[in-house]
Design a protein around this ligand. Structure first.
Ligand code: SUD
Ligand code: ADP
Length: 293
């Protein structure tokens, strides 16, 4: 099965476009590249929690951000960097004003920044009529972050390499309760930790389907971040609790909305908690017409 190619036929400036979050249902670290990046095996589950982006055309050759995130300068924002990367790659002189309604927690392991970047690449490619292929957008996205390509591809996936070698997966459409502990985990810090497991044996997709859902970052993150350890313990009172990526968010999977809602309701007085549905196709790509690669 191939990923889906995205096209916009009509002028859709000013619409709100979703940038969905992901959960890593499994994350094994199988090695390290000479440049220090880690080789992974992971399962990216897209979920229906989203940031929302709006793009307005500008006559001048500039990229503006109207919604700066506290602590992130406009020129460092992944949406601005994605728009500038498209301009540099193609030499186009278009301008854009970007608005981000930020609902996903930063540094939460939900991939919000990466997804914002991917939505910017996919939507501006279409609105500016650049006609770059999905593969080209995925390569450009990888320069912004290891998690960007899966959001450009727009489908839940099995990921290898640094998370950029992707095979689409059709996962059961489960429900998830996600807790956001009161801390941000620095991804780089976790990948630099001496005690991190870096030599996990590679597994096959069938091993994951049979129940192998290890996250090799869990032990280190638990040790370094007490709020994450507390959230894992709170959730494990109801179901098997897991860490997404390098955290900070933790989650549990449920087969029905009803059982997820019961746990969500029980936790929401004490925790910052989300109820989410797993989706196979990205809500961003649902908004486009599509054909097979
Ligand atoms: C671990 C994962 C799993 O989905 O998710 P998060 O918890 O961050 O969401 C990702 O691979 C993270 O991707 P992303 O958040 O885009 O990370 P990047 O900005 O590319 O990398 C941040 C830093 O982490 C380290 N890094 C990242 C990815 C990787 N495979 N090996 C690494 O060693 C590098 O030191 C890098 O400088
Ligand atoms: N639009 C953006 N949204 C979120 N984070 C951003 C954005 N632009 C830049 N960043 C930076 O990227 C970092 C990682 O963000 P995010 O993708 O949300 O977390 P994670 O990689 O843990 O899932 C943030 O801590 C922030 O410094």
């Amino acid at each position: 099965m191939g990923f889906v190619v995205t096209r916009i036929q009509e002028n859709r400036w000013g619409e709100r476009w979703p940038a969905p979050a992901k959960l890593n249902l499994m994350l094994r670290i199988t090695g390290r590249r000479p440049d220090g990046y880690h080789l992974l095996q992971t399962v990216f589950q897209l979920i229906d929690l989203c940031d929302w982006l709006t793009f307005h055309p500008l006559d001048e050759d500039v990229v503006e951000l109207v919604t700066e995130i506290p602590g992130v300068a406009a020129q460092d924002d992944l949406t601005v960097r994605a728009a500038l990367l498209l301009k540099h790659h193609t030499g186009c002189k278009f301008g854009v004003r970007i608005q981000v309604d930020k609902l996903l927690p930063m540094g939460g392991g939900l991939g919000g920044g990466s997804s914002d970047a991917a939505t910017t690449l996919v939507v501006l490619n279409a609105l500016w009529g650049l006609n770059l292929s999905t593969e080209t957008l995925m390569c450009l996205g990888l320069r912004l972050g290891a998690d960007v390509p899966v959001f450009v591809a727009g489908h839940s996936a099995w990921g290898e390499g640094v998370g950029d070698v992707l095979t689409p997966m059709t996962l059961p459409e489960s429900w998830f309760v996600v807790i956001k502990p009161d801390c941000h985990v620095n991804t780089k810090e976790i990948f630099l930790a001496d005690r991190l497991t870096r030599d996990s044996k590679s597994i096959r997709m069938s091993d994951f389907i049979a129940g192998d859902s290890v996250n090799d970052c869990l032990t280190v993150v638990r040790e370094l971040y007490l709020p994450v350890a507390n959230a894992l313990d709170a959730l494990s009172g109801y179901a098997e609790s897991q860490l997404t990526g390098t955290g900070a968010c933790v989650f549990a999977r449920f087969e029905s909305r009803f059982s997820a809602e019961k746990v969500y309701s029980a936790l929401k007085g004490d925790w910052s908690v989300y109820l989410a549905k797993g989706v196979n196709k990205s809500p961003l790509h649902e908004m486009f017409g599509h054909g097979s690669v």
